[in-house]
Design a protein around this ligand. Structure first.
Ligand SMILES: Cc1ncc(COP(=O)(O)O)c(C=O)c1O
Length: 364
């Protein structure tokens, strides 16, 4: 690299914590059965795809998008049955909303608290914005350890608490009353991250009005719109109107607004697909439970965490057989020998199970 001043280089300009980061790794998946990223494996019905094609053909992509995304927000309010008095803020995926929240509270010394193991972006984003990060270990079977949580909250006074509900990568829903105790004890905001709401049996959206410091975040990525990049934060106007100031005005593009609003008009189609995924999850859990040496954890999400001896070799064996899942072994001590498989179509899950059994037999 040529420069007038050779001292100007990333190493002496960027913050040390940025230099130490590793970029979020997305492995190549071309030609593989892709069960690594919690995507919905189903395509939309042809009639709806045709309708979207016509809409996209006529979309005014020469114009900036509606900065307030009014039509899309109205569809979201309807689809999620937002309680009266609550608002939504839109993000380019919910990742962007995590970042926005962190930017808002990142005073010197401010702390972001979550549990571990959980969604890795909470910690990464705390680092991006220069916040302190505290990860409270989960207890047995990845349940919340309420006493440790409450003690840590008292000690660290976090400005922001993130609880993924259900949790990624463990798949479980935390005990509702423990989450409520945490919301009550927290001196700052508590964000219940419901990325996997479509597959879960409970939600905090109906409780928004009960807690002044509660916000609920969701994404449409797992429901069939991962490629559109759309998430939202629901809560009171008092919080959201402040956060709106940090949102970049055109963060949700013309095509995302158009297509997502159309899909939410057909929310029932997406929810039917989610029901199908839930049925497949039951099948897949049952099949994993009878494979010797595999311990599968219960899941309220569209993925299943399981433990198996020689997990990294099993992961590699699956890859060689054309199946891509997520290797969590080595990431966090509580995830030693853990792999995570996204629930796919019946055919994909079948192929995964055959490859898994085959790999385990070969390694035995
Ligand atoms: C718990 C949780 N929150 C948020 C996200 C981010 O989703 P997106 O940025 O696609 O909306 C994910 C993605 O895996 C997740 O697991």
């Amino acid at each position: 690299m040529s420069s007038a001043n050779p001292a100007v280089a990333p190493e002496n300009l960027f913050r040390p914590e940025v230099l130490e980061l590793h970029a979020y790794h997305v492995p190549p998946a071309s030609g593989m059965i892709k069960l690594d990223a919690m995507e919905n494996p189903h395509l939309l019905p042809q009639s709806l795809r045709d309708e979207i094609a016509r809409m996209v053909a006529n979309a005014e992509i020469n114009r900036y998008p509606d900065a307030g995304a009014h039509r899309l927000k109205a569809e979201i309010r309807k689809a999620v049955k937002l309680p009266a008095g609550m608002e939504v803020l839109l993000g380019n995926g919910s990742d962007e909303i995590i970042q926005l929240l962190a930017m808002a509270v990142a005073k010197p010394g401010a702390v972001l608290l979550s549990v571990e193991p959980s969604f890795v972006m909470y910690k990464m984003i705390a680092t991006f914005v220069g916040m302190g990060y505290v990860g409270v270990p989960l207890g047995k079977d990845f349940a919340l350890d309420l006493n440790v949580m409450l003690d840590t909250i008292k000690r660290e006074r976090p400005a922001l608490v993130f609880l993924a509900y259900p949790n990624n990568p463990t798949g479980n829903l935390f005990d509702t009353s423990s989450v409520e105790r945490i919301i009550e004890a927290a001196p700052g905001l508590v964000v219940v991250d419901e990325a996997y709401y479509a597959f879960a049996s409970d939600s905090f959206i109906p409780h928004l009005a009960r807690y002044a410091n509660l916000l609920v975040m969701r994404t449409f990525s797992k429901l069939g719109m991962a490629g559109l990049r759309l998430g939202f934060l629901a809560g009171s106007v008092a919080w959201l109107s402040q956060l709106e100031k940090l949102r970049l005005p055109y963060n949700v593009g013309v095509l995302t607004q158009l297509v997502a609003a159309k899909l939410l008009e057909h929310h029932d189609v997406l929810l039917t697909q989610a029901e199908n995924i839930k049925r497949e999850r039951t099948e897949l859990s049952g099949a994993l439970a009878v494979i010797r040496g595999v311990h599968a954890y219960p899941s309220e999400a569209n993925f299943i965490l399981f433990r198996v001896a020689k997990a990294t070799q099993v992961f590699e064996g699956l890859k060689q057989r054309g199946i891509l899942i997520k290797n969590l072994n080595g990431g966090h001590p509580a995830l030693a020998d853990c792999l995570r498989v996204t629930v796919g179509t019946q055919h994909e899950n079948g192929q995964f199970l055959i490859a898994l059994q085959d790999t385990i037999n070969q390694l035995a």
